[in-house]
Design a protein around this ligand. Structure first.
Ligand code: ATP
Ligand code: MG
Length: 391
């Protein structure tokens, strides 16, 4: 009996006239994701997407997991496709019983073919009766609060029987809201920030700042590993790498120590916006969380934010570290993030960083530097690494 994957749309079901646009992006994302598991036809009817294997060589389990990690999908299930008659539907019932792992169930039937000889309540009754008789008292019907919902859908050409639906990844299809440039460090927060914004439909590119030889090749590899890990959700990621070594050495010898970090962060933000401009990213994304460290107080964020020429998305801003860690564990970046390699932010860090900077003081310190020259020189070091989702 043929098995297929059924997906229910998430939020994009609400998008009215734009729905076709969102749906098309979602179907393309799915097509790319399941390609490594065989050839699948992907089509949508009403609010369901069908991921339909063309032959037995397709790996349905692999494709199911890939669909589950694709943003834009609220629910996912495996269904048996049968001919459009009750005998065939009943023949599928024993197949779905292993998926009913609860004590109670109910059956929902839908007929888009109104010429089908039985009405929905009758289909429910017959299928429910069959489940009860096969399971011999192990299961009970509960129409109000069922543990598992069994669905029978009678379509124009065939019928589907499925039990249980898992949550999908939610959110909106990657690429449906443009591209964001993620400031990706080796820490815990920024990979989570990238994941969260991909969930809101952004395609993700990344920029990483390093400070060789104060930061090592291992630190760079760690960041590329993190990019690979979030690409499971975000899709392929291009990582731009920029060296801050010279800027940091000049600043160490020139500016007051307490302003060092904030001046560095202003350089990072300007360089990130310049990268975003060149590579067509409408926003930049950081893993900042209010008050987490000296450079993330409201005043510190203000003096950094002011040099940005596009929206800065900070999805972790209102989260506790523990909440961020929970997501990092879920998306499997945590263990990599805690590897103890140095980050350019920890090179020449001040003993007493300024937590309540006033812009005039920052500008006065910055005036000691050839900002444009240093920025141009750093930008000229940009190199690009393309990270594929797998392989
Ligand atoms: P994370 O855990 O992501 O490293 P953090 O708590 O260490 O964050 P900071 O080091 O102050 O905080 O950095 C705040 C944000 O600035 C990071 O989340 C990231 O978006 C950006 N950032 C910091 N260092 C770098 C870097 N070397 N390259 C690119 N972006 C960086
Ligand atoms: Mg960090």
């Amino acid at each position: 009996m043929k098995e297929i994957i059924l997906l229910k749309f998430g939020e994009l079901a609400l998008k009215g006239a734009n729905r076709d646009f969102f749906e098309k992006i979602l179907r393309n994302n799915l097509k790319r994701r399941v390609a490594e598991f065989g050839t699948f036809k992907i089509y949508s009817i009403q609010s369901t997407i069908y991921v339909d294997p063309v032959d037995d060589s397709c790996d349905l389990t692999g494709a199911y997991e890939a669909c589950k990690n694709t943003f834009g999908i609220a629910g996912i299930s495996r269904a048996f496709e049968t001919e459009k008659n009750m005998d065939a539907v009943l023949a599928a019932v024993p197949q779905i019983i292993p998926n009913i792992n609860t004590k109670t169930f109910k059956v929902i039937a839908k007929r888009s073919d109104k010429k089908f000889p039985l009405e929905s309540p009758e289909i429910c009754q017959i299928v429910g009766g069959e489940i009860l008789s096969i399971t011999k008292g192990r299961l009970k019907v509960d129409v109000h609060n069922p543990g598992t919902t069994v669905r029978v859908e009678v379509r124009d050409n065939n019928a589907f029987v499925t039990a249980g639906q898992e949550f999908g990844a939610g959110g909106m299809p990657v690429g449906s809201n443009g591209t964001g440039l993620l400031l990706l460090s080796g820490g815990i927060d920024s990979p989570v920030a990238g994941y969260m914004m991909a969930k809101r439909g952004l395609r993700i590119e990344a920029v990483h700042f390093e400070s060789f030889p104060y930061t090592s090749e291992r630190a760079r590899q760690k960041v590329l590993s993190l990019a690979k890990q979030i690409s499971e959700y975000c899709g392929d990621i291009t990582v731009h790498i920029i060296s801050l070594t010279h800027i940091q050495e000049v600043m160490r010898d020139t500016v007051q120590e307490e302003y060092f970090t904030l001046l560095l962060r202003r350089f990072m933000m300007r360089l990130a916006c310049r990268t975003a401009e060149e590579f067509d990213c409408g926003a930049v994304i950081t893993g900042e969380s209010l008050g987490q460290v000296a450079s993330q107080t409201m005043k510190a964020l203000a003096v950094t934010n002011i040099v940005a020429d596009r929206p800065v998305f900070r999805p972790c801003i209102g989260m506790d570290k523990e909440e961020i860690v929970q997501i990092a564990r879920k998306i499997d970046t945590f263990e990599t993030s805690i590897l103890p390699y140095e980050d350019c932010c920890t090179v020449f860090t001040p003993r007493h960083p300024q937590t309540r900077p006033e812009l005039p003081f920052i500008l006065a310190e910055e005036a000691k530097l050839d900002v444009q020259g240093l920025e141009d020189e750093a930008y000229a070091t940009l190199t690009t690494v393309r990270i594929k989702r797998r392989g």
